[in-house]
Design a protein around this ligand. Structure first.
Ligand code: AR6
Length: 179
């Protein structure tokens, strides 16, 4: 585990998001909200069919927005589904859209009074957003939310691979240096 040098409520760890007990875990979904591969598939498999049934009632989610459901068989109480941008080279507003995903998630965290939330690295798998560019955006939004929301006790980023964890650690170390 890596702790942010300036805020120990922000934690980076390697593991499987579906096994994390938090008030909410975040799903890197697609606009249908009806499941897919990657972390989305893993979350639906672990949560069971109740999650898909609730997702059907939501009628999708636009890119950059977020929706909240129950956690069903997951150890997490809720799932917050957000839809990241597909990387198209970086000239289609992808960075701003990714930031908006994190912001949308934290709006729901605030509205529902959640105290802990765990994220995957949104858009850096099937959607091909370069992780070295995504990590600083994700961490900036997390730090902003922690500064804004005293209710938040813990924000965790759960990276699937050691290589991804290293990228986030590096980004956090850089961001931790006062400018
Ligand atoms: N725990 C933590 N991280 C994981 C897990 C897990 N169990 N499984 C995968 N990852 P991706 P995207 C990592 O592709 O890029 C889906 O089909 C993975 O290594 O899941 O936002 C959706 O339905 C990567 O670093 O999400 C959409 O169609 C990160 O999670 C599309 O993929 C995100 O990879 C969304 O693509």
């Amino acid at each position: 585990m890596t702790q942010n040098p300036t805020d120990d409520r922000l934690v980076l760890t390697q593991g499987n998001l579906t096994q994390v007990a938090a008030d909410a875990i975040v799903n890197a979904a697609n606009t249908s909200l009806l499941g897919g591969g990657g972390v989305d598939g893993a979350i639906h498999r672990a949560a069971g069919p109740g999650l898909l049934a609730e997702c059907r009632t939501l009628h999708g989610c636009p890119t950059g927005e977020a929706r909240i459901t129950g956690g069903y068989h997951l150890p997490a109480r809720h799932v917050i589904h957000t839809v990241g941008p597909v990387w198209q080279g970086g000239h289609r507003g992808e960075r701003g859209t990714l930031a908006r995903c994190y912001h949308s998630v934290f709006e729901l965290v605030e509205r529902h009074g959640l105290r802990s939330v765990a994220f995957p690295s949104i858009s850096t798998g099937a959607y091909r957003f370069p992780i070295s560019e995504a990590a600083p955006i994700a961490l900036r939004e997390m730090r902003a939310a922690l500064a804004r929301l005293p209710q938040l006790e813990r924000v965790t980023v759960v990276l699937f691979s050691a290589a991804d964890l290293d990228v986030y650690r590096q980004a956090l170390a850089t961001a931790g240096v006062p400018t």
